[in-house]
Design a binder for this molecule. Structure first.
Ligand code: 8DG
Ligand code: MN
Ligand code: MN
Length: 372
C-alpha cells in the first residue's frame, strides 16, 4: 500500500519475510530508540503505532550501512513520517526528545517492570497501573488476586530478569532431552526461538518436540515434566493441552505446550589449583546452586513439524509479517499447523521449512536471516 517508485520498491521488499534480516546490523542506536517508542505505543494500547515503529525499526535492521545524515533518511522506504523525524533527531542530536520523555515517564517505567513478570500481559499491567500499582512491592497488597503463574513469576523475578546464556540453554536442553528420552529414546528435540536464530542470550529457552510415530507423543510431555518435577528441576509449570477443534485462523495455534520455570543447576566449576581452599562463609544462608530459567516446550505431530518449527523460530515480527504476506499477497492462511489456500480450499503439506517458503513463493531464509 506504499506509494513509491518501481525502482525503489525493488530495492526494499515491503514484507520483512522478503528480506534477509541479520542478528547484527549497523544502526543499533536508532533501532533501539524506535523499539522503545514501539513498546510505549503497545503499553498505551495503540497497535497501529506499535506496528509503525516496529516496521521502521525492522527496515533499518536490513540497511547494509550506518546512517550518517538526515539527508539519507528521506529515501528510506516503509518508514513513516514520525519514525523519520525520530531518526533525523538522533542523527543530528544523538538523542530524541520523545524517546527520552517516554523513558522517564511513570507509565512506561511501571509497565516495563510489571509486564516483565512472567504471566503478566499489557492489559493486566495497565489495569494494575490504573489501580495505583507502580512497582513489584505494591503487588504484595493484592497477592491474593495473583494467578499461580504470576506468583511464580514474582517469586523468581530477579533470576528471570537475567538473560539466559547459550551455555545455560544447552544445559536446559540436556535436562529436557534426558527426561523425554527416558520415555521415548528416539524422540526428536529441537531448540527453537532466538537461540535457533543465532542469539547468544534470550529471555527463555524454547523447544519443539516430535516423533514420526504420533502414538509415541501421547502423554509424553506430561510424563517428562512429572519426571523432571520429581527430580526437583521444575519450579513452576502449566501445560496447555492440544486443541483439536481450534479455528484454523492465522492467529490461533493449538499445540500441546508447557510453559515452565526450571531450576537449572549451576555448571560444575572447573577444577582450579586452589579448589580445596576453605572460604570464609560470611553469609549464613547457604549459597544457591541453581538459577530459575523460563522454558517453553511444544509438542507437534510429525506431519505439522515443519510448520511448527517455522512458527516457533520467530522472530515475533518475522512471524507476523510472514502471516500477513501469506494472507494479503497469497490469499493463504498460515499458522504453526499448516498452510491453507483460501481460494483453492486446500492444505499444503510440507516436510521442511524450505518447502513452506517455496509454497509461498518466497526466497528461503535461514533462521539467522529471520531476525526481523
Ligand atoms: P527470546 O526468548 O530470546 O527473548 O526471543 P524469542 O525466542 O524470539 O521469543 P519468544 O517469546 O520465546 O518466542 C519465540 C517464538 O515463539 C516467537 O516467534 C513467537 C512464538 N510463539 C510464542 N507463543 C506462541 C504461541 O502460542 N503459538 C505459536 N505458534 N508461536 C508462539 O511465543
Ligand atoms: Mn525464546
Ligand atoms: Mn518462548
Amino acid at each position: 500500500s506504499s506509494v513509491s517508485s518501481d525502482k525503489a520498491t525493488q530495492e526494499t521488499p515491503s514484507y520483512a519475510c522478503q528480506r534477509r534480516t541479520p542478528l547484527h546490523h549497523h544502526n543499533k542506536e536508532i533501532v533501539d530508540a524506535l523499539q522503545i517508542l514501539a513498546l510505549s505505543a503497545s503499553f498505551q494500547g495503540s497497535e497501529a503505532r506499535y506496528l509503525g515503529f516496529t516496521r521502521a525499526a525492522s527496515v533499518l535492521k536490513c540497511l547494509p550501512f550506518t546512517l550518517q545524515s538526515a539527508e539519507e533518511v528521506k529515501d528510506l522506504q516503509f518508514c513513516g513520517g514520525h519514525s523519520k523525524t525520530v531518526i533525523q533527531e538522533i542523527l543530528e542530536d544523538r538523542v530524541c526528545r520523545e524517546v527520552e520523555m517516554v523513558k522517564n515517564s511513570e507509565h512506561y517505567q511501571s509497565m516495563k517492570v510489571l509486564t516483565g513478570i512472567f504471566g503478566v500481559g499489557i492489559r493486566t499491567a495497565d489495569k494494575w497501573y490504573r489501580d495505583g500499582i507502580r512497582s513489584l512491592s505494591d503487588l504484595n497488597e493484592i497477592e491474593g488476586k495473583l494467578t499461580g503463574e504470576q506468583k511464580a513469576g514474582l517469586l523468581h523475578y530477579t533470576d528471570l530478569q537475567q538473560p539466559v546464556t547459550r551455555d545455560e540453554a544447552e544445559r536446559v536442553e540436556q535436562l529436557v532431552k534426558g527426561a523425554l528420552q527416558s520415555f521415548v529414546p528416539d524422540v526428536q528435540v529441537t531448540m527453537t526461538g532466538g537461540f535457533r536464530r543465532g542469539k547468544q542470550e534470550g529471555h527463555d529457552v524454547d523447544f519443539l518436540i516430535t516423533h514420526p510415530n504420533e502414538e509415541a507423543l501421547n502423554g509424553l510431555l506430561r510424563k517428562a515434566v512429572a519426571w523432571l518435577d520429581s527430580k526437583g528441576s521444575i519450579l513452576y509449570h502449566h501445560i496447555k493441552g492440544r486443541s483439536h477443534n481450534f479455528a484454523r485462523s492465522s492467529t490461533m495455534d493449538g499445540h500441546e505446550t508447557c510453559y515452565a520455570i526450571f531450576a537449572l543447576p549451576n555448571a560444575c566449576p572447573e577444577k582450579s589449583p586452589d579448589a580445596g581452599t576453605i572460604q570464609p562463609d560470611l553469609d549464613k544462608s547457604p549459597p544457591r546452586n541453581w538459577k530459575a530459567v523460563r522454558v517453553d516446550l511444544v509438542v507437534a505431530p510429525y506431519s505439522e513439524y515443519s510448520y511448527a518449527l517455522l512458527g516457533w523460530t520467530g522472530s515475533k515480527h518475522f512471524e507476523r509479517e510472514l502471516r500477513r504476506f501469506s494472507l494479503q499477497v497469497k490469499k493463504m492462511s498460515l499458522n504453526s499447523h499448516g498452510l491453507f489456500d483460501i481460494e483453492k480450499k486446500c492444505h499444503y503439506p510440507a516436510t521442511s521449512e524450505e518447502e513452506i517458503f517455496a509454497h509461498l513463493g518466497l526466497l528461503y531464509l535461514t533462521p539467522s536471516e529471520r531476525n526481523a
